[in-house]
Design a protein around this ligand. Structure first.
Ligand SMILES: Cc1ncc(COP(=O)(O)O)c(C=O)c1O
Length: 426
């Protein structure tokens, strides 16, 4: 309930759609507590952000300490230790060619930066993105987004020279019964794009999420990703991997791309990087970054001292507590538990996941997307003190993305509540 006269419906524009009426007071680990003292299990991580858990004591201490030293050390005027230590720590988790960090503030801003870098570095105009992708809400990011029409709708015209190929949504692929594997059919569509719509040597970059997030938690095959990488190499196209939702240990590895044995040319990082402070990054090789002339990109707040102090400590916690390892172990318990529920309730058509990036897709009896069941199950969980959010073009998917500090016992507690919610609501 809204417990205060400070009502968000009065003060915050409705464009910020709200999943819950909770007005939060404080949070710790996987729990948030509202102004009345009611506690909720947060299975959203604030959309995959609080990977170290809410208010991890080490991150809080780092923020407090840095805030007492200097908050705004503007990056064109001053360099400072936190931005360099965080960059060194971040790149130490990445392959050798991802060695320089452009700091920014939001995921969308990182996508803008990556697109600008690719265009400048290649002197090519076009970007190829994938259907169902979500890359953010600024104009360039919107132009490569197609998870839901309303993200782009009524904002046309968007950027020119943006092309889209289908992403291998194997649960809902149109090639069922085809003797050729569906992922190869999807890949053929990408090749066909280069035959029919855009010349490969006009393409600066192929931009992809390593797993599509907002579009429905869609997991490509390793073979498909590797073929995309090969195609980029063949045509001198840069491969940008958007790790904004999949990165920072979420999938049971530090980075989503590690599951495919490929190395991107550029990655975008945000969300989990600073445990909730607005920090993002474009990471690429120095040789590529050197093609960006001084002053041709930047920003007032990029590399904020408090934000990057939080990022540094977040990265250290991630390592010291082996949070990717916990995500892999506990995530498997979650996936197995959801599959057991699926076996009893045909309204769940598919359970898919890697680490703690996990989803249950709800279906109607004829196999169509079932957003009504998703809404009811989310509401039933909310009434039982669990926060969840959906995703997917048709709101047909519940994503389960708790902080990576979640324990096996807490996952089992969640599964008991989720089973009850599905039984009563689906
Ligand atoms: C994969 C991906 N890219 C980009 C973004 C945009 O990030 P932000 O909301 O910080 O601009 C998001 C946000 O959900 C995302 O999931």
């Amino acid at each position: 309930m809204v417990q205060t006269a400070l009502n968000p419906a009065t003060l915050i524009p409705r464009v910020i759609g709200r999943y819950s009426p909770v007005v939060v007071d404080h949070a710790e680990g996987i729990y948030v507590t509202d102004l009345d003292g009611k506690r909720y299990m947060d299975m959203t991580s604030g959309i995959a952000v609080t990977n170290t858990g809410h208010c991890h004591p080490r991150v809080v201490a780092a923020i407090r300490e840095q805030a007492g030293k200097i908050i705004h050390a503007q990056q064109n005027i001053l360099a400072h230790e936190p931005m360099m230590k965080a960059a060194a720590e971040l790149t130490s988790t990445l392959p050798a060619n991802l060695n320089q960090v452009f700091w920014a503030n939001s995921g969308a801003e990182a996508i803008e930066g990556a697109i600008k870098l690719a265009k400048v570095a290649t002197h090519r105009p076009a970007i190829v993105a994938f259907r169902g992708a979500f890359h953010g809400r600024t104009h360039a990011a919107m132009s490569v987004t197609s998870s839901r029409a309303k993200v782009r709708g009524h904002y046309e015209p968007l950027l020119a020279a943006m092309y889209y190929a289908p992403y291998p949504y194997l649960f809902r692929n149109p090639y069922k019964g085809d003797p050729v594997d569906a992922d190869l059919r999807y890949f053929a569509e990408l090749e066909h794009l280069f035959e029919t719509l855009v010349m490969p040597d006009d393409v600066a970059a192929v931009l992809m999420e390593t797993i599509e997030g907002e579009g429905g938690y869609i997991f490509p095959t390793k073979r498909w990703v590797q073929k995309v990488r090969e195609l980029c190499d063949k045509h001198g196209i840069l491969l940008i991997m958007d790790e904004i939702q999949t990165g920072m240990g979420r999938t049971g590895r530090m980075w989503g791309f590690e599951h495919y044995d490929v190395t991107p040319d550029i990655i975008t990082v945000a969300k989990g990087i600073a445990s909730g402070l607005p920090v993002s990054a474009v990471v690429a090789d120095k040789a590529l970054m050197d093609k960006w002339a001084p002053g041709s990109h930047g920003g007032t707040y990029g590399g904020n001292a408090v934000g990057t102090a939080a990022a540094y400590e977040t990265l250290r916690v991630m390592k010291d507590e082996d949070l990717p390892g916990n995500a892999a172990r506990v995530g498997q318990v979650l996936i197995d538990g959801l599959r057991a529920i699926q076996a009893d309730f045909p309204v769940i058509g598919d359970v898919r996941g890697l680490g703690l990036m996990v989803a249950a897709e709800f279906v109607t009896p004829d196999g169509g997307p079932n957003s009504a069941a998703v809404a009811r199950v989310i509401q039933a969980c909310f009434e039982r003190g669990v926060l969840l959010i959906n995703c997917g073009t048709w709101d047909q998917v519940i994503r389960v993305i708790p902080p990576l500090v979640i324990t096996e016992a807490q996952v089992r507690e969640f599964l008991t509540i989720f089973r009850e919610a599905v039984a009563t609501a689906a």
